[in-house]
Design a protein around this ligand. Structure first.
Ligand code: PLP
Ligand code: ZN
Length: 376
């Protein structure tokens, strides 16, 4: 059975606990050996559970599923350079966070947890609330009052107890940690089971590209749960000798809140505190990324880089994707703005994959305001 493992002090712990960090304060990883059988994978329905032997849930009866995953991989072109996009806004709650929530809440069910708490800028909270509703687990979500109202309404509709916090995303996280002293912390950034759900992004790409890895992944980074999941997924495939290498990881941050970009540029091991400005990309407006050190290590190890995008570039990318039939939220448009920037310097043969991480339907007011102010 798998174990919690501390990447800093190397302590290990049983996973049969409500523990959410190491005694030394570090986030925990999971020690787990996945298996991959293409024969078994191909026999199963399209969805993220087709990689069943690579997902750390003990009993099939614990699995909570709404048929999520195996999202389309669509080819796009920007200025003569092509890339592939995972259409992850097609998940049941409208964002890729369902990858993590499906696995994390299945584990909570397996552990017999009755109540969880989580803090979020909206999409992770919606995903955790939806899967808790399916599991019959009581759910408390802490979110800043200022986030898109579509996300707040969605969380409440799933029956979660929504605590709207007056103040920043950082204050929201602090209040949730207090609540986590008495309740299971179903945190998308602290709990490694979430990353063992987002890693299915890598498995799907591997299969959809003919059992190969692409050269490069261009992904958003707030806390970095998709980027770290993709890294873990491709690392597991490499260790199992299913792919030759882990793709180069290129992270995208909003120029208004770019702690990891700053740290990367200065050659630092972890992010330092920064002054955060308002940004349309609310999903990646994270001033203190919990696993910042791991994100920087993964990017450096794969020879990747971090790019920033401006508010203007986010607005332009959002409307450009709209004209191509994709209604995405500004956070996802930030990734596309970064992808366009990255593609300007690529070789024509480089295979680049990115993602449309969230639907625009939850963020209509922000999209409307950005459209009016820019008159696009
Ligand atoms: C739509 C969307 N994309 C990307 C992200 C970034 O995720 P992370 O903070 O794990 O990097 C978020 C986070 O909330 C999101 O909602
Ligand atoms: Zn430790």
């Amino acid at each position: 059975m798998e174990k919690f493992f501390c990447p800093e002090c190397h302590r290990t712990y049983s996973v049969n606990t409500t523990r959410w960090r190491c005694d030394c304060g570090s986030p925990l990883d999971l020690e787990f050996t996945p298996e991959f059988s293409t024969e078994k994978i191909l026999k199963r329905r399209p969805g993220l559970w087709r990689y069943r032997e690579a997902i750390p849930i003990q009993k099939d009866g614990s699995i909570l599923s709404m048929g999520e995953g195996f999202t389309p991989l669509e080819e796009v072109e920007f200025n003569g350079r092509s890339a592939l996009l995972k259409i992850d806004y097609l998940f049941p709650t409208g964002s890729y966070k369902d990858r993590g929530a499906a696995v994390l809440i299945s584990k909570a069910k397996e552990l017999g947890i009755k109540k969880v708490v989580e803090d979020s800028s909206g999409n992770a909270g919606s995903a955790i609330a939806a899967y808790c509703a399916r599991a019959g687990i009581e759910c408390g979500i802490y979110a800043p009052r200022s986030i898109s109202s579509g996300k707040l309404v969605q969380i409440q509709t799933y029956g979660a107890n929504l605590k709207k916090i007056e103040g920043s995303r950082e204050k929201t996280a602090r209040m949730t940690m207090e609540a986590a002293k008495k309740n299971y912390y179903a945190s998308h950034c602290w709990n490694p089971y979430f990353l063992h759900g987002t890693k299915t992004f890598a498995f799907e790409i591997w299969e959809q590209m003919g059992w190969k890895s692409p050269d490069t992944l261009v992904l958003p980074i707030g806390h970095g749960t998709l980027l770290l999941g993709a890294y873990i997924g491709f690392k597991e495939l490499k260790e199992a000798k299913r792919v030759k290498r882990i793709p180069k990881l290129v992270g995208i941050q909003s120029a208004s809140c770019a702690p990891l970009y700053q740290a990367f540029k200065k050659g630092l091991r972890e992010a330092q505190s920064i002054e955060k400005r308002e940004t349309l990309a609310e999903g990646i407006a994270i001033a203190n990324p919990v696993r910042g050190r791991q994100v920087l290590e993964a990017i450096r190890e794969t020879g990747g880089e971090i790019l920033t995008v401006t508010e203007k570039e986010i607005g332009i990318a959002l409307r450009e994707m709209g004209r191509r039939g994709h209604f995405i939220e500004p956070t996802s448009a930030a990734t596309i703005a970064g992808l366009k920037k990255y593609l300007r310097g690529t070789r024509s043969k480089e295979t680049v994959v990115s993602s449309l991480t969230g639907t625009g339907l939850k963020a209509v007011e922000k999209i409307e305001i950005s459209g009016k102010s820019r008159n696009l």
